[in-house]
Ligand binder design. Structure first.
Ligand code: PLP
Length: 356
């Protein structure tokens, strides 16, 4: 079946007018993949992964970006701007080109994964690497976009949240019902805000009877929503959630409390172990931040949090190819060097006997 992208497909749920320009890279409609292997380690009914890495630029950011860029164009803007830990810039750069707009991105110098940087550059965005962190970059972008005719496309732009809430609609469409828990990584907290808004709209329209509990996970070194205090120097291997002062702070806390859910922290070690588990056991290659959802579910399982029958959906926010450095660092020792000789390779693999 032809998939027209999120704006067209979910038109009746979105702020679309007769003047909204058509814009799509056919984002959305991402797979909800059932866990075969990891689920056996967890005391729950079923586990599903919403693989947002399958979006056109490789992260969930495309859902919100297509909406924000379309609305910027509708508003007559020629230039869009964002601060980014990487994926927002990749997405903004791609959709700006698609819409015929200019894109400016501010990134924290040296703290952005290679895949994401290459995307922003290849799509011809103006990339400014600031000597500072994400939170400082966002402050500058807010200042500039409030004074000049430049559209801000970070997730404080409400159209980003509108577009991103469509992921909740898809989870319900694919499952046929609401999950009991939705686990996701939390950085600037736009996504947890968007999912919660999406589920609540389905509930208001009586499309679902109950609401899922939201389980947000931050990295230990960047978990302001857990400690209640901004982090001046956020640190984590999961660069996409390396954020010390989330812009959607209040709405994340609201999503947690209204849903009867939680926002907790996981360590970098737990995040990387979950990332390896997803690729080694389930065939799903995700970037480190995305693995925080599984790391969190595993942690809650160890604490005896689940009853045994729950349906849990983990959001895998971005593709593993986004951050090849962190991946290779974890497994480069596994490459075996051998001579260009079939004899030697047969010997090394120990398959001599089976072959005769
Ligand atoms: C942006 C991003 C996040 C964090 O989402 P927020 O809306 O900022 O909480 C998590 N994972 C990936 C891969 C991202 O790109």
């Amino acid at each position: 079946m032809y998939w027209p992208g999120v704006i067209k497909h979910f038109e009746e749920f979105l702020p679309v007018t007769s003047k909204t320009p058509e814009l799509t890279l056919q984002e959305g409609n991402t797979p909800l993949i059932r866990s075969y292997h990891i689920v056996k380690k967890i005391h729950i009914g079923s586990l599903w992964f919403k693989f947002e890495g399958m979006n056109p630029t490789g992260s969930f950011k495309d859902r919100g970006m297509v909406m924000a860029v379309a609305k910027a164009k509708e508003d007559g803007k020629k230039v869009i701007m964002c601060a980014s830990t990487g994926n927002t810039s990749a997405s903004a750069a791609a959709y700006a080109k698609r819409a015929g707009l200019t894109c400016i991105v501010l990134i924290p110098q040296g703290k952005i994964a290679l895949g994401k940087l290459s995307q922003a550059l290849m799509h011809g965005a103006r990339v400014l690497a600031i000597r500072g962190n994400f939170d400082e970059a966002l402050k500058i972008v807010r200042y500039i976009t409030s004074r000049y005719p430049v559209a801000l496309v970070n997730s404080i732009n409400p159209f980003r949240i509108e577009g991103q809430k469509t992921a909740a609609f898809e989870v319900v469409d694919w499952l046929g019902d609401q999950p009991d828990y939705l686990a996701l990584p939390v950085g600037n907290a736009g996504n947890i805000t968007a999912y919660w808004k999406g589920f609540k709209e389905l509930s208001a329209r009586k499309i679902i009877k109950r609401l899922p509990r939201m389980m947000g996970f931050q990295a230990n070194g960047a978990c302001p929503l857990v400690t209640g205090q901004p982090f001046e120097h956020p640190q984590t291997v999961a660069t996409a959630i390396r954020i010390g002062n989330p812009a959607s702070w209040a709405s994340a806390i609201n999503a947690r409390d209204e849903s009867g859910g939680l926002i907790e922290a996981v360590t970098d070690e737990e995040i990387l172990a979950a990332q390896r588990m997803l690729s080694e056991e389930e065939g799903l290659f995700v970037e480190p931040a995305s693995a925080a959802s599984l790391a969190g579910v595993l942690k809650k399982n160890r604490e005896g949090y689940f009853q045994g029958k729950e349906r849990v959906v983990g959001v895998l926010t971005g593709h593993g190819l986004k951050d090849p450095d962190i991946a290779i660092e974890q497994c480069k020792d596994r490459i075996e060097e051998v001579g260009a000789s079939s004899e030697e390779i047969v010997e090394r693999l120990g398959i001599r006997n089976e072959l005769v």
